[in-house]
Design a protein around this ligand. Structure first.
Ligand SMILES: NC(=O)C1=CN([C@@H]2O[C@H](COP(=O)(O)OP(=O)(O)OC[C@H]3O[C@@H](n4cnc5c(N)ncnc54)[C@H](OP(=O)(O)O)[C@@H]3O)[C@@H](O)[C@H]2O)C=CC1
Ligand SMILES: O=C(O)C1=N[C@H](C(=O)O)C[C@H](O)C1
Length: 250
């Protein structure tokens, strides 16, 4: 995602790159960061100049330093990183008391609309069995994807329950029949799949499938850049992609 962001920022006059950070043991440290006037990848926040907004697509382990630096610099934070645990989610919520934070498991417009459709379908077909399938490239670290979890949370909320109460993440052996009201997840990993999500609702004699397929990672980078431009300079608080889309539509 870092590479996709760099390539877009190069052609976007709204942005000036302050720095490009990778992990301490990255083979990229010291290599040119795209074609940005002498900027090189670094692993040290000290190499990053003054900034208005940080865009994060990294790993949960990067979060403590990320939050510390955003707070110290009063910078807005856009994060697309997935796989945070409950403690890390709480750190993000606490940071939002001091800086603007926009977190989205998926920055594609199609997924934003899919989440709305899932809410509607889950509520309208409240007794139907609901399953979520996702497929991603072989290098992905977390499962199910953040997007699959967001879709599950939207469906659960639309049915007046929570993902914690409804989710079934694994089935193997003598599982017994499907639990009523449960939300099942299935995960595929392989090759260079950019990201595919399918929400399926089943009743006797019929099935509804809602599917999104991403074929280019640039869509996520574009969405994150729009979010960053919108978020910079806003008051402290939590912001969502939905709020950005509503602001643009209105
Ligand atoms: N919200 C969305 O729309 C999307 C979200 N994602 C999520 O974004 C995250 C990154 O995905 P992707 O770009 O494919 O992953 P990659 O593994 O390709 O890149 C991760 C980057 O983060 C750096 N990094 C890892 N750990 C640290 C650390 N502790 N401190 C600083 N930098 C670190 C890596 O450095 P190094 O050079 O060492 O690898 C690398 O540059 C994932 O959580 C993924 O699920 C991905 C796509 C879209
Ligand atoms: O790791 C990825 O690649 C992606 N991760 C996000 C997720 O976990 O939902 C978004 C997108 O599907 C690509």
């Amino acid at each position: 995602m870092g590479g996709a962001l760099l390539s877009l920022i190069e052609d976007d006059a709204r942005f000036a790159l302050a720095g490009a950070l990778v992990s301490a043991d990255s083979r990229r440290v010291g290599a040119p960061a795209g074609h940005h006037a002498g900027l090189r990848y670094d692993c040290d926040w000290a190499a990053v100049g003054p900034l208005d907004v940080v865009i994060d697509f990294s790993a949960p382990a990067a979060l403590p330093a990320l939050i510390e630096q955003c707070l110290a610099r009063h910078a807005a934070l856009v994060t697309g990183t997935t796989g945070f645990d409950a403690t890390q989610e709480a750190w993000l919520a606490a940071a939002a008391a001091h800086i603007p934070v926009l977190q989205a498991a998926n920055f594609s417009l199609g997924i934003a609309v899919l989440i709305r459709l899932v809410r509607e379908a889950a509520a309208a077909l409240h007794a139907w069995d609901l399953e979520i399938l996702e497929a991603h490239h072989a290098r992905k670290h977390d499962a199910p994807s953040g997007t699959a979890l967001a879709l599950g949370a939207a469906a659960a909320a639309a049915r007046g329950t929570s993902l914690e109460a409804a989710a079934v993440y694994a089935r193997q052996g003598q599982t017994g029949p499907r639990g009523p009201g449960s939300i099942g997840f299935a995960v595929i990993r392989g090759g260079d799949v950019v990201g595919e999500h399918s929400v399926q609702l089943f009743a006797a004699g019929e099935r509804l499938e809602l599917v999104h397929r991403a074929t280019d990672r640039l869509i996520f980078a574009r969405g994150a850049l729009e979010a960053a431009y919108w978020l910079a300079g806003k008051p402290a608080g939590r912001y969502t992609l939905d709020a950005l889309l509503a602001a643009r539509a209105g």
